[in-house]
Design a protein around this ligand. Structure first.
Ligand SMILES: [Zn+2]
Length: 950
């Protein structure tokens, strides 16, 4: 009969809910464990990939709960920013794609009508995340502490946090070039793409804007944006794109000519940019300009690679060191048609010569020409040009020396000359600064993201040396996974500079307490928040109102300052009990921003004993290619996925498919395989074990019974050690595969002891609880247990139950079966009449024991026997020992490390006799080797039974 996962899930989730398992309170006699996952942004419906890290959190918390800890696992959502605003606008504007998306995810018509207000959008998704995702996945959260960053009480907390930062002199105002949406104002551009819908990997680029005087009387300058101001001595011409639109704008009393797109961007960075008129760029082609810094006349030439969207749409050409310029020049020199169109003298253009300017390692005078020839690049469309440009830029920057052609900069390192030349050009009025993004970035509202100057931007001063040092010290002490990230953390913190923390404009979020035209931006309001889960319970229950959340209140609870009111005492007691946070889990997109600021805000504001203890970074679930795809089932709404695969199969998939610290590819087949794994386990317990428990016998324990109990105790020991580092993958390998195999072996060997099976199952089902809690409860109930296994206790490994003798016995039998199969195969027999099995001669065991004792290590016997030859002490005992060892040396590698005595091996084989007879349907004789003259008897070794077939 098919297992009804849906029913099982609902049944247990209801019971857990009724028993309020997630509720955490101060338990003075228990140790506590507090863990969160980085609360998700309100970014629409989530997909199966998002459930990976969330599921790890629940598994780890379940493990800790079973280990006897008082576990606090709170959840919340991050709704600040403009996502909910964007969603509400789309509903208001009846955006077809958006409405379809909502309907496909099961949002009712009624509900959709409500979603025209951002607050309604936030409430709606909060409900979806809690009820359709987290509860349905069986998480045991403390739901009473749920909070959302747009709640008024949360704002009080953030305002307190910013007051503390200001007190500590960690808040400052200074001019800033911010990434901003043209509609919404400043947005964060980072890989988490909280604010934006495209371009999370874009970086801010600072261009030097060179001014080229045009030889007319209009005070006209063509402005070219460059990242390499140090190459001005190599300029041969200027490139403009004849197909792009250019305009003349007035800036600081001069006329600048640049692309229309660049002029639009410039308005956000400079005051009083006055658009005057369009410029017909074609008419300027062939004219000359004065190149700044070198005061040389150069010609304006056409080139389609000039992108009006990048920089200023005008490029100064340095063909000696810029692969694009080199190729463009070469192409034009051969292109008589283009020359004719623009009335250019082709001969004159052919005369343009490269000027050597930089000597860098591995290159001659003209690196651009060299690399273009080496890579076989012939056209501007060749994608290899990008790579060539990067390579020349890199080698020039790191190894380049300015050549004699470069005036007073000759002999200087490029690294140095670059900055010097840039500031001199700016100082003399020959250049300016222009900021741009390396790729197109689109806001969630659909608007373009540009770079905008803000004169009085608020910053959190993360560059503070003391804060950085103290945070680095703390990071060293923390448990941070993966270890590479732990190693990296000091340099991440060193690199982390001041961060703009608030923005003007229409945003959801908390207002700055002392300047309420500013809204705290989404990264900065999600740093210290785990602490707020302590307070949120009291506001939710109505025991504290938003008004009660004064500065004195937070100072008292979090900083132990002041006397506090009576009803604050309990809050403080909870905070002191549960804090610091033991583990913060989040996706890899948080490595460079969220985790560093999470740590630094704790260090900046809270006392040292409240600083975080751990960080766990999980990687992503991706589709083939990169996106989770529909065809592989990963893009189905989570409720549908739950129905299709079952929650436990998905949880096992996340835990077992790969290390948490690598991306894994979602494929439906894999998840179905895990579902089968669980169904196999269910069946073997239901069909084979439960009947034994009901009707089986207790009887005397056989060797195989001791073995099963021995094994499970060994596994528990291993899991306990693996879980010190939250190694869920090893846990799941052991629980769902190794232990299952052990059980199959036990049953095959005729194991049927009721007591043993009960003891084994009790442990096994508990070990399953962190990853597959529903299965674990269901089977526990099948066993006749009344209590919830989710709140039972984690099994201890009992050293006394680990039987090396039983383990060695079963290893011997497994090995023996393989040996018997080989013997049959070699003898080309379908079936044997009789197997005669020889147990090695006693003196070999004595030798083995002698050697083991002398060496005093328990290594592979083969290795031991080989080492023995070098032992002076043994040599002293006479040639006898070493001679014997010598004669054995060619066979010793076959001896397994788990060897006992002749008697024990004899008994183990004897006990397995009827099992072997059944396995091979034949008669079995067991003989001590010294009692036989047969040649086979001599081949028997400790741990290696001799086999004769007839
Ligand atoms: Zn926008």
């Amino acid at each position: 009969m098919a297992i009804e996962w849906q029913k099982i899930q609902e049944k247990w989730q209801k019971k857990w809910q009724e028993a309020e398992l997630g509720k955490a309170k101060v338990e003075k006699n228990k140790e506590k464990f507090m863990m969160i996952f980085a609360y998700p942004g309100i970014s629409g419906y989530l997909h199966v990939g998002h459930m990976r890290g969330f599921s790890y959190t629940d598994a780890i918390c379940r493990f800790k709960r079973l280990k006897g800890k008082e576990v606090l696992f709170p959840v919340g959502t991050h709704a600040s920013g403009n996502q909910a605003l964007g969603f509400a606008n789309k509903v208001k504007n009846k955006d077809e794609n958006w409405l379809t998306y909502l309907k496909n995810n099961g949002c009712s018509e009624e509900q959709i009508k409500e979603l025209v207000k951002p607050e309604a959008v936030v409430d709606y998704f909060n409900h979806v995340y809690i009820n359709d995702y987290w509860k349905k996945f069986g998480f045991l959260c403390d739901w009473d502490r749920f909070t959302c960053t747009t709640y008024p009480d949360y704002e009080k907390f953030i305002q307190w946090q910013f007051k503390k930062l200001q007190e500590k002199d960690l808040l400052i105002q200074k001019p800033y070039f911010a990434t901003a949406c043209i509609n919404c104002g400043p947005v964060a551009v980072d890989p988490s793409e909280t604010d934006i819908s495209k371009g999370g990997n874009a970086e801010k680029q600072e261009y030097t804007l060179l001014k080229f005087k045009l030889g007319n009387d209009k005070n006209d300058f063509l402005v070219a944006a460059t990242l390499r101001p140090e190459t001005i001595y190599g300029q041969t011409n200027l490139w403009v794109n004849p197909e792009a639109e250019y305009v003349r704008v007035e800036v600081e009393g001069m006329n600048w000519i640049l692309s229309r797109e660049a002029a639009d961007k410039l308005k956000y960075q400079k005051d009083d940019v006055l658009l005057k008129e369009d410029v017909d760029i074609k008419k300027l082609i062939g004219q000359t300009v004065i190149a700044p810094g070198i005061e040389r006349e150069i010609i304006i030439l056409p080139a389609k690679f000039c992108d009006p969207k990048v920089g200023s749409g005008i490029v100064t050409s340095v063909p000696s060191d810029a692969p694009y310029d080199y190729v463009a020049l070469k192409v034009l020199q051969e292109d008589s048609e283009t020359c004719k169109i623009f009335s250019l003298n082709q001969e004159e253009i052919k005369q343009i010569k490269l000027i050597p300017i930089i000597k860098s390692k591995g290159y001659g005078d003209f690196p651009a020409r060299e690399i273009v020839q080496k890579m076989g690049i012939n056209s501007l469309e060749d994608p290899k040009l990008e790579e060539a440009t990067k390579e020349i830029y890199k080698s020039g920057f790191h190894t380049g020396i300015m050549m004699d052609t470069c005036g007073k900069y000759a002999g200087k390192k490029v690294e140095e000359a670059k900055e010097l030349m840039k500031s001199e050009l700016i100082e003399k009025g020959n250049a300016d600064i222009f900021h741009d993004l390396t790729e197109e970035v689109i806001c969630r509202c659909g608007g373009d993201v540009i770079i905008k100057r803000i004169d009085d931007q608020w910053f959190i001063r993360y560059s503070d040396p003391e804060l950085t040092e103290r945070s680095k010290e703390q990071a060293k002490e923390m448990k941070i996974y993966p270890p590479e990230y732990h190693d990296n953390m000091p340099s991440v913190l060193d690199w982390f500079g001041d961060r703009a923390c608030a923005r003007l404009g229409n945003w959801l979020g908390s207002k700055l307490p002392f300047d309420d035209k500013w809204t705290v931006e989404p990264i900065s309001d999600s740093t210290l928040y785990p602490a707020y889960y302590i307070v949120s319970k009291f506001t939710k229950e109505g025991r504290l109102t938003t008004k009660d959340l004064t500065e004195e209140f937070f100072d008292y609870v979090f900083l132990s300052k002041g006397k506090g009111k009576d009803n604050w005492k309990e809050v403080k007691e909870e905070f002191d009990y549960f804090y610091p946070l033991n583990l913060n889990l989040g996706g890899k997109e948080h490595k460079t921003v969220h985790f560093p600021v999470f740590l630094m805000n704790h260090v900046a504001i809270l006392p040292e004993d409240k600083w975080p203890q751990g960080i766990f970074v999980n990687w992503w679930v991706t589709g083939k290619g990169s996106k989770i795809s529909k065809s592989k089932g990963g893009a189905v709404p989570i409720p549908e996925a739950i129905e299709k695969y079952g929650v436990d199969a998905m949880r096992l998939y996340y835990s077992h498919i790969g290390s948490p610290h690598i991306d894994v590819v979602w494929t439906e087949e894999t998840v179905f395989n895990y579902k089968s794994t669980l169904e196999r386990i269910y069946s073997v317990i239901e069909e084979l074990l439960i009947p034994i428990i009901k009707d089986g016998k207790d009887g005397k324990k056989n060797l195989i019974d001791l073995w099963l109990i021995s094994k499970i105790n060994q596994h528990i020991k291993k899991i306990n050690s693996d879980m010190q580092d939250y190694n869920l993958r090893e846990l799941s390998t052991t629980v769902y595969f190794t232990i299952y195999d052990d059980l199959r072996w036990y049953l095959r060997r005729g194991g049927e002891n009721k007591k043993v099976i009960k003891e084994f199952l009790k442990s096994w089902l508990t070990l399953m609880n962190p990853i597959t809690p529903h299965l674990s409860e269901e089977l526990n109930e099948l066993l006749g247990e009344k209590d919830l296994i989710s709140v039972s206790s984690w099994p201890d490994s009992d050293e006394n139950k680990v039987s090396l003798k039983a383990n060695a016995g079963e290893e011997l039998i497994k090995d023996l079966i393989e040996g018997m199969r080989n013997v049959l195969k070699l003898a080309k027999l379908e079936k044997a009449n009789t197997f005669t099995l020889f147990i090695a001669e006693p003196w070999l065991y004595e030798l083995y024991n002698l050697i083991s004792k002398e060496i005093k290590v328990t290594r592979n016997v083969g290795e031991i026997m080989r080492t023995v030859l070098d032992q002076e002490e043994l040599k002293m005992k006479g040639k006898e020992v070493s001679k014997i060892v010598q004669s054995l040396i060619k066979d010793v590698s076959k001896i397994p490390s788990t060897v006992t005595s002749q008697e024990e091996e004899f008994n183990a084989v004897k006990e397995a006799k009827s099992f072997l007879e059944k396995e091979f349907s034949c008669k079995i004789n067991i003989i001590l080797a010294e009692e036989s003259d047969n040649q086979k008897a001599k081949s028997a070794m400790p741990g290696k039974v001799g086999i004769l077939v007839e």
